[in-house]
Design a protein around this ligand. Structure first.
Ligand code: DAH
Length: 342
């Protein structure tokens, strides 16, 4: 074989070497770089090469020597940085372990998106307790003494003191805000709420709400409509339509349910919207004068609107998730599908 071919062949060999242990590194050194190594042998042969070829061959051979030395240096540094014990177990030919950082839960993605929109509309974020007393969850909100929501079937009461319960909505935070703050108040209240329901695809014993409250002088129903219309357009796109249906809540008068165009069928009718073309996304209304009074706010001076929506429902419409149980089963195959869509 010609000397040049032998140099090329040796170069390929050196390049292909995979070394992970101190022992293998020593073998590499002896094989290529020692006095009796393959490189030295080639240098010996170079001495007897034809004069015209010497220059070119010498250069190629020197390049190869530099490559082998650089590789040896690099490998010894990387092996040295590991302990001898570990380096014996390290297999550099294995595929790298990918650096997965995880992603946010779909309910959090929706919650952050909703908060971001309302913050831009001038709302601050308020928080309150999940274990609440009757006053803040029911009485101050104008629920009559015999309201069915207070019954054992609907509410989780604390056994040792039934005046305490797991809040059934985040409206308790509205009361707490109005009790301690003089208007103007413009806040949203995200949080977890609890209801005594059998778990199925459409119901769960806990879910998440975001409520909103705006109390000031001269706040009217038109402000409520415009705020929620703006919100729906920001969240679902400018083609969305919104409608208000008369409804009843003890804490608002008048009250309305808010529907938007069904995003699954775009208004044509499907089983999500029960073939109506509309889906309900929130309850709302003008804060009842009794509620303002209960919190020490003069209803002659101030008025306000309030609304409340379920985060699970909004998430269902954003991502097409049709079973509530998926949100709390912690199945990573479900969870890892959701990348931030801020
Ligand atoms: N609290 C209601 C519920 O849990 C939702 C709601 C309706 C909140 C109307 C409000 C409102 O603030 O004004 O079903």
């Amino acid at each position: 074989m010609m000397l040049l071919e032998r140099v090329t062949e040796l170069r390929e060999k050196v390049e292909k070497e995979v070394i992970t242990t101190v022992d293998a590194l020593e073998i590499f050194r002896i094989k290529y770089l020692s006095k009796k190594g393959e490189l030295s042998a080639l240098f010996e042969d170079l001495k007897v090469a034809a004069k015209e070829e010497k220059r070119e061959l010498g250069k190629t051979l020197n390049d190869l020597k530099q490559l082998a030395e650089a590789k040896f240096k690099e490998l010894s540094e990387s092996i040295e940085s590991l302990s001898t014990k570990d380096s014996n177990q390290l297999d550099l030919s294995l595929p790298p372990v990918s650096n997965t950082t995880g992603n946010l839960h779909p309910l959090n993605l929706t919650r952050y998106k909703i908060i971001e929109i309302f913050e831009r509309l001038g709302f601050s974020v308020a928080d309150g307790p999940e274990i609440e007393d009757d006053w803040h969850n029911f009485s101050a909100l104008n629920f009559p003494e015999n309201h069915p929501a207070r019954e054992m079937q609907d509410t989780f009461f604390v056994d040792r003191n039934p005046d305490f319960l797991l809040r059934t909505h985040t409206s308790n935070v509205q009361i707490r805000l109005m009790e301690k703050q003089t208007p103007p108040i413009r806040s949203i209240m995200p949080g977890r709420v609890y209801r005594n329901e059998a778990i199925s695809a459409r119901a769960h014993c806990f879910f998440h709400q975001i409520e909103g409250l705006y109390v000031d002088k001269n706040v009217g129903f038109a402000d409520l409509k415009q705020t929620l219309f703006q919100f729906a357009k920001e969240l679902y796109g400018k083609d969305i339509e919104i409608r208000f249906r008369p409804s009843f809540f003890p804490f608002t008068e008048p009250s309305a349910e808010i529907d938007i165009t069904c995003l699954i069928c775009h208004g044509k009718g499907c089983n999500v919207c029960k073939y109506s073309g509309w889906v309900e996304i929130a309850g709302s209304g003008m804060v009842h004068p009794n509620v303002l009074k209960n919190c020490g706010i003069d209803p002659e001076e101030y008025t306000g609107f309030a609304f409340g929506m379920g985060v699970e429902r909004v998430t269902q419409l954003r991502y097409g998730v049709n079973d509530l149980r998926l949100y709390s089963e912690n199945d990573v195959r479900f969870l890892k599908q959701f990348k931030a869509v801020f």
